[in-house]
Design a protein around this ligand. Structure first.
Ligand code: SF4
Length: 100
């Protein structure tokens, strides 16, 4: 997981979600994405599917998962695995949220 460039560049919802994630990270201790090879969360090229599966599984044990996913949704992150979901899955979640 990587942070936003600058908090003031985010919308209000994304900035609030980022602050919530920062608090969750304070209490969670090192997250799986900090402890492992970060490239698993931003897979490219050959092996992308396997890398992304490893990242998803690691996210499953992360204490900051909910906040991480909430931030990615609020910020409309277009790259990487956040909260165990890739960009297509997050897009679908957002679409379902709008339809509800
Ligand atoms: S949910 Fe996954 S990407 Fe988010 S902080 Fe945890 S390990 Fe990292």
């Amino acid at each position: 997981m990587s942070g936003p460039g600058a908090l003031w560049e985010l919308g209000q919802d994304a900035a609030s979600a980022w602050l919530a994630l920062a608090k969750a990270l304070e209490v969670s201790g090192p997250t799986p994405c900090e402890a492992a090879d970060a490239r698993l969360w931003f897979p490219e090229g050959n092996g992308q599917r396997l890398a992304s599966q490893a990242a998803r599984e690691a996210c499953g044990g992360c204490l900051a998962r909910a906040e991480c996913l909430a931030f990615a949704l609020a910020a409309d992150e277009r790259h990487g695995i956040w909260g165990g979901l890739d960009v297509d899955e997050r897009r679908e979640l957002r679409r379902q949220g709008r339809a509800a």
